[in-house]
Write a protein that binds this ligand. Structure first.
Ligand SMILES: NC(=O)c1ccc[n+]([C@@H]2O[C@H](COP(=O)([O-])OP(=O)(O)OC[C@H]3O[C@@H](n4cnc5c(N)ncnc54)[C@H](OP(=O)(O)O)[C@@H]3O)[C@@H](O)[C@H]2O)c1
Length: 277
């Protein structure tokens, strides 16, 4: 069975270097897919209040029979919960839906800078960590300027910053800003969902050399540049393959060819203006 190696976070805890994205996996079939993902070796499940599947993720965890300590569960605070009081209310509700007494990682889903409440929101997450409701805390879609403000206000750097990252949008400056704080950059939409990225001929060529599919090449690229991808797949054959990448190593030439795919275009919202509630 494939498993992902562990990364050490800046709070001393560890996190799998690759996880299972759960966005859009909802409904009656969802818990069974999460059981299969755990059986395939996934230890990190990435959900969010906004995905409306925390109940199904919790059911999958319970039905899998996996030991709680072997799993790493991430969920995220919705924009409507920003402020000093909202995070506790929202996290307690998430835990109730998940059927857990703590999450391994709680993230502020988006900074919503037009609202400008993310600094007090971050201070509230620090308290939730101290209360043991979240073992680690982090952020998502935070730009360097957002990170700077929350660290200046609290002295606490996020363990993780989960951002859009794929070969078309490799986020070099953001990764450098995260690294300066010891913050792990986690990649959302790591396979460039619906962009045609996986049809780029260069990925098939590199894959042929190493016995990898284009998806596996992209995921191995993430882990080799120090980012932690959370690919989503509702197809067991694909999600098994997505985890089975750590036996191969891309060479410098491969990494350079993948770097040449960058367009600098985002697929998702721009954190400067995106409002998530
Ligand atoms: N923090 C945020 O703001 C944020 C935003 C977006 C996403 N996320 C997180 O990131 C996770 C992943 O992002 P995503 O779901 O947007 O996109 P993604 O993982 O880049 O792509 C998912 C798509 O790729 C397909 N796929 C998966 N593995 C494949 C493979 N090996 N070969 C070919 N196709 C493959 C999937 O199809 P099938 O399912 O049909 O196999 C699905 O359509 C989400 O599930 C969520 O947990 C976070």
């Amino acid at each position: 069975m494939a498993t992902a190696p562990l990364l050490t976070l800046n709070d001393g805890r560890s996190m799998p270097a690759l996880g299972f994205g759960t966005y859009s996996i909802n409904g009656d079939e969802a818990p069974g897919l999460f059981v299969q993902a755990i059986e395939a070796g996934y230890r990190l499940l990435d959900t969010a209040t906004r995905y409306e599947n925390e109940v199904e993720v919790g059911r999958g965890i319970a039905e899998s029979g996996a030991a709680r300590d072997d799993l790493f569960v991430t969920t995220k605070l919705p924009g409507s919960g920003h402020g000093s009081e909202g995070p506790r209310v929202e996290l307690e509700a998430s835990l109730e839906r998940l059927g857990l007494d703590h999450v391994d990682l709680y993230l502020i889903h988006w900074p919503n800078p037009l609202e400008d409440k993310y600094v007090e929101t971050w201070a509230a997450l620090v308290e939730l960590r101290e209360a043991g409701l979240a073992a680690s805390i982090g952020v998502s879609n935070f730009l360097p300027e957002h990170l700077e403000r929350i660290v200046a206000a609290t002295g606490v750097a996020p363990a993780v910053n989960q951002v859009e990252l794929h070969p078309y949008f490799p986020q070099e400056e953001q990764r450098a800003a995260d690294a300066e704080l010891g913050t792990v950059t986690q990649s959302w939409t790591p396979l460039g969902r619906k962009t045609g990225l996986l049809d780029e001929p260069v990925l098939a060529e590199i894959g042929e050399k190493h016995g990898l599919t284009p998806g596996q090449v992209v995921l191995r690229w993430h882990t080799q540049i120090g980012a932690a991808p959370i690919p989503k797949s509702a197809t067991p054959e694909r999600f098994r393959a997505n985890l089975d990448i750590f036996g191969a190593t891309l060479d410098d030439g491969d990494l350079a060819q993948i770097a040449s795919l960058a367009t600098g275009q985002r697929i998702g919202g721009d954190p400067r203006s995106h409002q998530e509630f």
